[in-house]
Design a protein around this ligand. Structure first.
Ligand code: ATP
Ligand code: MG
Length: 440
């Protein structure tokens, strides 16, 4: 992409409404613009990052055996009246009427709808286990939308739902998702700490939240730093027994929790130098709630004995749009964002220091073409402006690598290569610079 043709409106000044780094940088780096409290437009670069996160989520869902669907944002109130949640959900749910006077709502979550979809087409245990998910916008009329996309009113969520014939099978499905979430967050460059949680308005008896460390987080998290080295984050678990063992280990051995009675355990078991007490942002939340929705909505399957039984369900959420903010909270410095390479909006930035110099233009165009061909997805800053502004903008948007080409170095066939994370700069022959980027 050429910056001169890209809608990437950066801002020099810090917007007054932004209290935390990610919100400031998302506005300043031209990723989002607010339209109303907690409601945002995603501009091209923000949307690109959001899509990359969604694609990693999809990839890990496929690996875990889930099927992607797409349910609507607008729902009829009827199913919610049947489940009893229409009144229970409270003022966070946005309700309205269609032209025929029927009560509708903008979905804050989809347990009822997916249960209805399931019951119409699945009648036998032979079709189970089943896990269906979608990545769709939600609306929750939060009392205090804040921190930009971290607590919006409209936000993008991956919500998945598992269906099993009995409790035992459903718990295994839950554990599979638990492990797949750790992997998903790790691929996004994050160590998510699983923490036992309240089941809240979703209801049920087994629930975990996944928290990432951030100074501005809303909850307190205690954990053993050894958790990040657990092999469940990266290795494939090949059998159910291995999966169960990993789940048990991760939910007990690292003894991380914000419940006072359990922090005593934390104090006793974890060596002093591995104890971490920090703030956390919730990026995922999973629930096993049994037959809470299948019973009232009549979603039954026949079991191996030929009896009709209500299906056992779980639901699994990832805050896809919140993750954009969360990842920035975990990856920034005073100059701007530092993207983990997996989700960086572009693989490499190229700064043309002198756009009125024919040799500079030619060299930049050639490098841009080579980087594109090599799949590095470059962003070429070909704007006619002063170097200082270009450097500052490039730091702000945080691409992992920046190549600078100016008339002085070019005379000797050299370019400057900078690593955004380490700040390390080196002069590299123009002919070798892309190989250095690819080699990481
Ligand atoms: P929170 O405790 O932060 O209010 P929640 O428990 O109400 O979240 P869930 O129903 O568990 O949220 O939703 C699943 C995920 O969706 C959360 O883990 C979070 O990452 C994301 N999420 C929830 N509410 C918001 C919001 N207002 N803005 C952005 N993301 C959100
Ligand atoms: Mg939650």
């Amino acid at each position: 992409m050429r910056w001169s043709r890209y809608f990437l409106p950066t801002m020099k000044d810090t917007p007054a409404e932004a209290q935390i780094a990610s919100h400031r940088y998302m506005l300043r780096a031209g990723m989002v613009r607010q339209n109303a409290a907690g409601i945002y437009t995603w501009l091209p670069m923000g949307l690109k990052v959001l899509s990359k996160i969604a694609d990693i989520v999809r990839d890990e869902q496929a690996r875990a055996g889930a099927n992607e669907v797409l349910m609507p944002t607008v729902q009829s109130a009827e199913l919610w009246q049947e489940s009893g949640r229409f009144d229970a959900y409270g003022p966070e749910m946005l309700r309205f009427e269609d032209r025929h006077g029927r009560t509708m709502l903008y979905g804050p979550t989809n347990e009822e709808m997916i249960t209805d979809i399931f019951k119409r087409d699945v009648q036998s245990y032979k079709n189970l286990p089943m896990n269906l998910y979608h990545i769709q916008w939600k609306f929750r009329d939060e009392v205090r939308p804040r921190f930009g996309v971290m607590r919006g009113r409209e936000f993008l969520m991956k919500d998945g739902y598992s269906f099993d014939v009995d409790k035992e099978a459903a718990e295994l499905a839950y554990k599979k998702v638990f492990i797949s979430y750790l992997r998903t967050f790790r691929r996004l460059g994050l160590t998510a700490i699983p923490m036992q949680a309240d089941t809240g308005p979703i209801g049920g008896d087994l629930s975990h939240e996944f928290l990432i460390q951030a100074e501005t987080g809303e909850s307190e998290v205690f954990f053993d730093s050894a958790i990040s080295g657990d092999r469940a984050f990266t290795e494939d678990l090949t059998s159910d027994a291995e999966l169960e063992a990993a789940f048990d280990r991760l939910t007990s051995a690292y003894a991380r929790t914000d419940e006072t009675h359990e922090s005593a355990l934390f104090d006793a078991q974890v060596p002093e130098d591995r104890k971490v007490v920090s703030r956390g942002v919730e990026v995922g939340h999973i629930f096993y709630f049994g037959t809470k929705y299948s019973e009232p909505l009549g979603a039954t399957v026949s079991n191996a004995d030929g009896q009709d039984v209500p299906v056992h369900m779980g639901s699994y959420g990832i805050g896809v749009s919140r993750l954009v903010g969360g990842i920035i909270e975990a990856n920034h410095d005073d100059d701007g964002i530092i993207w983990p390479s997996e989700i960086a909006p572009f693989g490499v930035g190229i700064i043309n220091l002198k756009t009125d110099d024919a040799a500079c233009n030619e060299a930049c165009d050639a490098l841009y073409a080579q980087a594109t061909a090599a799949g590095l997805d470059p962003l070429l800053d070909d704007r006619d402006m002063r170097p200082g502004g270009k450097f500052a903008d490039m730091e702000l948007i945080g691409l992992p690598w920046v190549i600078t080409i100016g008339p002085r170095g070019l005379k000797d066939g050299m370019a400057e290569l900078k690593n955004r994370r380490t700040g390390e700069k080196q002069d590299v022959a123009l002919a070798d610079v892309l190989a250095s980027v690819s080699a990481g």
